[in-house]
Design a binder for this molecule. Structure first.
Ligand code: GLV
Ligand code: MN
Ligand code: MN
Length: 417
């Protein structure tokens, strides 16, 4: 019997997981290592046990579901994504890739289909980075680009410690066998929604992702002097708000308008002491910058630093800028993108090559194994938004393509390992 995706089961799983952390506006709030994230891991582990697969976790709580293959000594082929979400996230960002990967295992099991090596599903820890910065912590630790200890002291906006939440998450899944970080894999495939509008506009079923643009996250703090709002005249002010807003105005009006490929986002902004009638002494904001070209990304960071220094000086303030995340742009394996294309042609799914504007765990995983990604369209390209939506047919076709590309890879493992 040929393994076939059970579309109805996949859609049911997507709506079951969407109940965990469900928001009033129809999205999810299932931030990394929260009780909602633990509930999603619990549900996945229960499904795994019911199907007789094995479940593992590593020191950063990456969760692995293993279906054995013919030869247990060969490294497993890995497929998956993440279950954590943005604070006002959508139901498909991460969940689609993780649950479609689990559907692949179930489809293989239903068909009693033996693969040459084991296939494992992964749910990476803290892809989003919104509760605990930076993102993609799980895959960074998996490939050795970071160690879980590097993140233990990170504190969330609500005062929770990453170290404590990690320990609680690990303890919540006692049936998962602990395994070392970086257990070798033969290849990695990740299915994800595009999070942009191009596939939908062009009427395509899939994107074969060949590269991911680079990301840097900065934290900028302007410091001045607190003072009375009513009595401090202009000459006596050292107002970090004036410095911050003038710097931001210059950056927003130049970086993206001058370069179509550049992205600049200020998603978090706070003042201290945050009183209506006090000049603040500190103003802090985050900057997320993206670019497909590493040199351009570095040039944007240098420009931000220069503009902020000038703005601080003009207000007799100071500024400190730290980089909390640096994910250089990178390309995926041609062997793996060829396999996705072969599978797409076999399924008669129209596709195109594209690069990812969002970052993904797959980019770090590509450092240790042949890796590529499949994108499917999402409505109006909207993501990181509770209204995010994927047509059932697109979700199912994505899972079918993932299954076919996975089988294509597993059958050819000898060629690429
Ligand atoms: C991923 O969530 C990103 O911000 O690109
Ligand atoms: Mn995602
Ligand atoms: Mn996301």
């Amino acid at each position: 019997m040929r393994p076939e995706v059970n579309g109805e089961r996949l859609l049911r799983r997507l709506s079951d997981f969407a109940e965990i952390g469900k928001t009033k506006a129809g999205g999810v709030n299932r931030q990394a290592l929260s009780s909602e994230d633990r509930a999603a891991r619990r549900l996945l582990a229960d499904l795994v046990t019911a199907r007789g697969f094995n479940v593992f976790q590593d020191a950063i709580a990456n969760l692995f579901v293993r279906r054995e293959g013919r030869d247990a000594t060969r490294p497993a082929m890995l497929i998956g994504s993440h279950l954590d979400s943005q604070p006002t996230g959508g139901r498909f960002d991460g969940a689609l890739g993780t649950l479609a990967a689990f559907e692949v295992l179930e489809a293989l099991e239903d068909a009693d289909h033996e693969t040459a090596s084991a296939i494992e599903v992964v749910a990476w820890t803290n892809e989003e980075g919104s509760r605990f910065a930076p993102g993609v912590m799980g895959s960074m630790a998996f490939v050795g680009a970071a160690h879980p200890d590097d993140f233990r002291s990170v504190v969330s906006g609500d005062g929770e410690s990453f170290g404590q939440e990690l320990a609680a998450t690990l303890a919540a899944l006692p049936e998962a066998t602990m395994r070392p970080l970086g257990t070798p894999i033969s290849a990695y495939l990740e299915l994800h929604i595009e999070q942009g509008p191009s596939l939908e506009r062009e009427g395509l079923a899939a994107g074969v992702v060949t590269a991911v643009q680079g990301t840097r996250w900065l934290a900028v703090t302007f410091s001045g002097s607190a003072g009375h709002a009513g009595t401090t005249s202009l000459a006596y002010r050292r107002d970090p708000m004036v410095a911050a807003t003038s710097a931001l105005n210059r950056l927003q009006m130049s970086i993206m308008p001058q370069d179509d490929d550049a992205r600049l986002t200020v998603g978090r902004f706070s003042t201290h002491p945050g009183s209506i009638n006090a000049i603040p002494d500190h103003v802090t904001f985050t900057v997320d910058i993206r670019h497909p070209d590493a040199l351009s990304l570095a040039a944007i960071e240098a420009r931000i630093r220069a503009v902020c220094e000038e703005a601080a000086l003009s207000q007799r303030c100071s500024v400190e800028i730290s980089t909390s995340f640096d994910m250089p742009p990178g390309s995926f394996s041609k062997v793996m993108t060829d396999r996705i294309e072969t599978a797409a042609r076999a399924l008669a799914l129209p596709y195109k090559h594209m690069i990812s504007g969002a970052f993904h765990d797959a980019l770090f995983v590509s450092r240790v194994a042949p890796t590529a990604m499949i994108f499917v369209p999402c409505r109006d390209g909207v993501s990181h938004n509770e209204t995010e939506y994927v047509e059932p047919a697109h979700a199912i076709n994505g899972a079918r393509l993932l299954l076919a590309a996975t089988l294509e890879s597993v059958c050819s493992l000898l060629v690429i390992v």
